[in-house]
Design a protein around this ligand. Sequence first.
Ligand code: PGA
Length: 246
Amino acid sequence: MNKLLIANWKMQITHKEAKEWLTMHLNDIEKALTYTKNRLVICPSFTELSYTASLPVNTIAWGAQDCSPVERGAFTGDVSIISLTQLDCSYVLVGHSDRRTYYADSDERIQKKTALALKYGLLPIVCIGETTEQRDSGITWQALEKQLLSVIDLFNTMNSPSMLIAYEPVWAIGKGVIATKDEISSTCQNIQQLVREKTAASCKILYGGSVDEQTINQIPLDLLDGLLLGKASTDAQVLKKIILSC
Ligand code: PGA
């Protein structure tokens, strides 16, 4: 009930497949959302966003998987936050570990993307997560704190919306393993404490990393405001089961 679910489709679904998926399943998914009072944000590839903007939806919102750290200019391949606002996007993922790992997204770039999202009225979902090495070295919180501190001041204005932080341990993403209840619980406490110390904003925390219709039973949903779903969100039946389990 009242959970925010983010469907990060990554590059798993082509343009044609996405259109078919949405044509076939949108109604059914919306019924499950209405029934459970959960909310869903679908983040398809950029190429789908003008199509999704044309769809009549009630309970679903659209999000982008990333954005450029600058508004406009000679940046081949980048997508401007201004275009995202024109395509009915209300959310944008920033700092996803895929972007940090494969596209060298630094804390500085993530800070710029978050600032632009806030400037243009999109809700940034700031993804943070520790790697296997950081976890094994016992520096999980130091790693998460560094990522969080790079964006936290941006939320320190009177008009700032609630912060949306997605805790996604890198070692759990796409690996079929999830963080334990204790790990999620202590991370949530640490995040809330840091946000309380440093900002006047409130903070909502999502968990992501190998959440599916099986592992969801081990997730402490009562501690969380929602979930960031990857692979599981690309299968409409699995997504529906997850919606109904929250
Ligand atoms: P996963 O991905 O659910 O496939 O592990 C989550 C994510 O990367 O956002």
